[in-house]
Design a protein around this ligand. Structure first.
Ligand code: GLN
Length: 190
């Protein structure tokens, strides 16, 4: 199995390290040829307006969206969650638009720009997951095809729809491999 990691910006190395610990081969995706032969793709955090522009400039937006529509499993963290969404509140920034989710960017306000918390995520088992949020977005509304994996108050923080998985937090910045293992299971069962 080979998983691509979009390497235009963000925590590429951290995702790579976690995947390698799980025994998965990785490839940094910087141009369309890098997408050849991958079984899944990770979209790391960063700044979604910048990453969106770079996706257009490097001719990656169309090819990735096309692969996603054809069934390629894609996992987005933070900025990745924004890029996967069809709807971004008050923004016309470039996006892949593959999930029926409505996203609010930088949604936790100034004081809560970054925070961490142990959250119970039933699909990962009983042990709480240490979630880290950095100027995080959240999903404030999702259409019926979207399965919510973590909701906190009225905010959706982890969700999946068909071959897509999206987290508002950063599992690659912890030692816990369970979210990545969940994505790998999604690939193998796909
Ligand atoms: N605030 C960023 C954005 O809007 C996301 C932050 C992140 O990926 N850590 O793109």
């Amino acid at each position: 199995m080979k998983i691509g990691i979009l390497a235009l910006q963000g925590a590429v190395r951290e995702h790579r390290k976690l995947l390698q610990r799980l025994g998965v081969e990785t490839v940094d995706v910087l141009n369309p040829q890098d997408l050849d032969g991958i079984n899944g793709l990770i979209l790391p955090g960063g700044e979604s307006t910048t990453v969106g522009k770079l996706l257009v400039r490097y001719d990656l937006l169309g090819p990735i969206a096309e692969l996603g529509r054809k069934g390629l499993p894609i996992f987005g963290t933070c900025t990745g969650l924004i890029l996967l969404s069809k709807y971004i509140n008050n923004s016309d920034q470039p996006r892949l638009g593959l999930m029926d989710t409505y996203v609010e960017r930088n949604a936790f306000g100034r004081q809560l720009a970054s925070f961490e918390a142990d959250m119970c995520i039933p699909v990962l088992g009983e042990t709480p997951f240490h979630t880290l949020f950095i100027r995080a977005p959240y999903i404030d509304k999702a259409d019926s095809g979207v399965m919510v994996l973590l909701r906190y108050q009225d905010k959706i923080l982890f969700a999946e729809q068909d071959n897509f998985l999206a987290a508002a937090f950063h599992p690659e910045l912890t030692d816990d491999t369970r979210v990545h293992a969940y994505f790998i299971r999604k690939i193998t069962s796909h």
